[in-house]
Each structure stands twice: as structure tokens, then as C-alpha cells.
Ligand binder design. Structure first.
Ligand SMILES: C[S@@+](CC[C@H](N)C(=O)[O-])C[C@H]1O[C@@H](n2cnc3c(N)ncnc32)[C@H](O)[C@@H]1O
Length: 372
């Protein structure tokens, strides 16, 4: 197994010496599930929240086939595809959405614990509703990302948990005896006149982030674009709250909202439906603006991410600014909100063009950058 792990890459996600594609928690999940997997037949195994393919390809390397696998981030899903091709393991798995088909009848689930309890609750309920009654869930993570409240969430849908010894700052929880299954239902709230929907794990949940609030308060009166061929773009849309606000504030405007996270996209679609905006707002799962033509857009909003899988990194925003620069037409604008400590202004100036401060409070800064 170590040979495929040595070759595992995060690409097309950001890569850096301190950002790994496989870690001790992946190895522990595989080790703790090895004896179970040894008796698996094709179709028995589902993998949820693999980062870049370590769990899926580790199981495939040990002989499993018909693995059903779900990765929330499209960059992680694409990394799995290329890592599998390099390892000659392409035919051993199928990427699937996080729904009943992923876990129906599964007898072994390898789960990389998500960052939030709400996301874990959605996953645990789904497994309990649709997996084989004899399913064993081997759920692991890094100790620094785990809390005892995760045990409580798993206990809402399973019998007593077995808990592994910690190894290399990682731990595994083993859940059996599923009960009280339910399909994920998004959290719902009315926020400043908008209906917001959020599946577990969506940024800020069904609430308005304070940085996003500052951006919304300072949007311009009448942005250029908003036509079907030049929609207003809500890049990295999360629950779609910015896109929904633009579609209601600028009556008749067409909006394109995109995010690489499947949870975000499902949430944003639910938000648009709840506000009756699905005719004018297209929601897409994409890595940055990959599907948008170069020099085509007049108006883009962005509250940039800082998480790549479980890691916090400052490499994501510059990568996004470069793609925004590609997609904006000359004179087009990026309206961006960022934590004032991050000093994004020189990066925005360099990547996009002249950048002015529109608003600032104790924590956040809103800027407008005009494509040169
Ligand atoms: C700070 S949140 C902002 C969400 C939303 N716009 C808001 O203000 O509430 C950043 C978002 O970026 C998304 N993201 C991270 N990497 C991405 C990528 N490569 N392409 C598109 N979206 C990405 C995350 O999934 C997350 O939803």
C-alpha cells in the first residue's frame, strides 16, 4: 500500500510541502478495517469523505472492487480519478453523490470524519437509513479535529461505539447496529428577508456570516451584466446567500453561483428553490470558475475560502484571484470581502487590477477590483 500512497497527489487542489494527500488517520481507518474488508464481496464497501483517494485506493489495492465513494470537494474527486489512473485502479470504484445510492446495502463504510457535527449527523442518518443492518462504520480522523460530541452524534444513529487507541494523533470510532435512519434535511432560516437552506457542513450554516453581511451591505446599486450570457457571478457560493440576494435586489438579473463542495451546491439549490429563484439562478459544482469562458464576466463576488480538505491554507485565495482575472472582461469588477489581517489588497492589485476599499469594520474589509 505504501507505494500507491507515496504517489498520491492532491492536484488539482493546492499542493505544498506541508499539505499532505494521505495522513495517519487514513492509515488507521484502513488498518482498523482490514480484517472486515478481507471478507468483503464486490459492492460491500462505501467510502465517505475520502480526501484525495487514500481510503478508496487503499481498499482497492487490497483487492476490493465495486467500491462506492463520495468526496465532497470536486478537486478531491478529480484527484481521486488521476491518482487511480496512475495506480492502475480506475475500475475499482464509482464516485457517487451523498445520497441513498451511495450506501444502500453497504456492509462496510469507511468514513473520514467531517469537520462539523451537522455534517456528521447527515452522514450517520443516511447510513443508518440505507445501509445493511449489519453494517460496520469505521470512522476516523485527526484528534485535533475530533471531539467527544462526535461520539454523541454517532450514538444518535448507532448502538454503543468501539473506540480505538490513539495512534499518531489519530483515532477511529467503530459504529454498528444502525437505528433511526433519516435522509439529510437542510437547516432552514429566514435571514434578512431571504430563505436560507444549509445541509450539514455548509459554510456558516443557515446563518449570515459577518464578513458576508458586510459585503451584502455594500453591494453597488446597479452592477453591469446580469444577462443570461453575462450573469452576475457568486463565486464560492456556499449556501448561495450572496447569489440569492443579488437575484432579489437586482430584479430580473441572471445569476451564476458555483462552489466546489457538493454540500454547498445542494444547499444553494435548496436556497434558490425556497426563494423561487431557480429560473434565474444557475448553481454549478466546479473548481473555481472552470466552466466560465475567459473575458466573459462583468461582475463577480467572492468571500474566499481558507480550507483545503482539513487544512487551513492561504494558497487558495491567490489561486481564485487568478481565475477571476481570467474570467473578468476588461473593466469587469470583483467585489471581495476578506479578513482585514490577510492583506489581500496587493494580491488583488497584481492579479486583477486597481483595487479600492469600499468598507471596513474591525474584522473585515470589502474591496472592489477592476480588471485592467
Ligand atoms: C468563506 S466560504 C463563502 C461561502 C458564501 N459565499 C458565503 O459568503 O456565505 C468559501 C466557500 O468556498 C468554497 N470553495 C473552496 N474551494 C473552492 C474552489 N476551488 N472552487 C469553488 N469553491 C471553493 C467552499 O466550499 C466554501 O463554500
Amino acid at each position: 500500500m505504501s507505494a500507491i500512497f507515496d504517489a498520491l497527489r492532491r492536484w488539482p487542489d493546492v499542493e505544498a510541502p506541508d499539505l499532505v494527500a494521505v495522513d495517519a488517520a487514513d492509515r488507521l481507518i484502513l488498518d482498523e478495517s482490514a480484517s472486515l474488508r478481507a471478507t468483503a464481496v464486490p459492492g460491500d464497501i462505501a467510502v465517505i469523505n475520502d480526501a484525495y483517494g487514500a481510503l478508496t485506493l487503499g481498499a482497492a489495492e487490497d483487492g476490493a472492487s465495486g467500491i462506492r465513494t463520495h468526496i465532497d470537494a470536486i478537486t478531491g474527486e478529480r484527484a481521486l480519478t488521476t491518482n487511480a489512473a496512475r495506480a492502475g485502479l480506475t475500475g475499482h470504484f464509482r464516485p457517487l453523490p451523498l445520497d441513498a445510492g451511495l450506501v444502500r446495502g453497504a456492509r462496510i463504510v469507511l468514513l473520514r470524519l467531517p469537520r462539523t457535527r451537522d455534517a456528521l449527523r447527515d452522514i450517520a442518518g443516511l447510513i443508518a437509513a440505507h445501509a445493511d443492518p449489519a453494517v460496520v462504520v469505521v470512522a476516523g480522523g485527526r484528534l485535533k479535529h475530533m471531539s467527544v460530541s462526535m461520539n454523541a452524534v454517532l450514538s444518535e444513529h448507532f448502538g454503543p461505539l468501539d473506540i480505538s487507541h490513539a495512534r499518531q494523533k489519530s483515532r477511529v470510532l467503530i459504529a454498528r447496529a444502525p437505528r433511526d435512519g433519516r435522509d439529510p434535511v437542510p437547516a432552514a432560516a429566514r435571514v434578512e428577508g431571504l430563505e436560507v437552506r444549509a445541509y450539514g457542513g455548509a459554510f456558516a450554516g443557515a446563518k449570515l456570516d459577518i464578513g458576508t453581511r458586510l459585503l451584502l451591505q455594500n453591494l453597488p446599486g446597479a452592477p453591469a451584466g446580469g444577462t443570461p450570457s453575462d450573469p452576475l457571478i457568486d463565486l464560492a457560493c456556499g449556501t448561495g446567500i450572496i447569489g440569492a440576494r443579488m437575484a432579489t435586489k437586482f430584479g430580473g438579473a441572471h445569476v451564476y453561483a458555483c462552489d466546489q463542495s457538493a454540500i454547498a451546491v445542494a444547499s444553494a439549490r435548496a436556497t434558490m428553490r425556497a426563494n423561487g429563484l431557480e429560473e434565474r439562478v444557475t448553481v454549478a459544482r466546479d473548481d473555481m470558475l472552470g466552466a466560465r469562458p475567459s473575458a466573459s464576466a462583468s461582475f463577480i463576488t467572492l468571500n474566499p475560502p481558507f480550507h483545503s480538505a482539513a487544512a487551513v491554507t492561504d494558497l487558495l485565495a491567490p489561486r481564485m484571484f487568478a481565475d477571476v482575472a481570467r474570467v473578468l472582461r476588461p473593466g469587469g469588477q470583483l467585489w471581495c470581502v476578506w479578513n482585514s489581517g490577510l492583506r489581500y489588497r496587493p494580491l488583488l492589485e497584481r492579479a486583477i487590477g486597481p483595487t479600492e476599499q469600499v468598507a471596513r469594520n474591525t474584522k473585515f474589509t470589502v474591496t472592489v477590483s477592476t480588471r485592467r
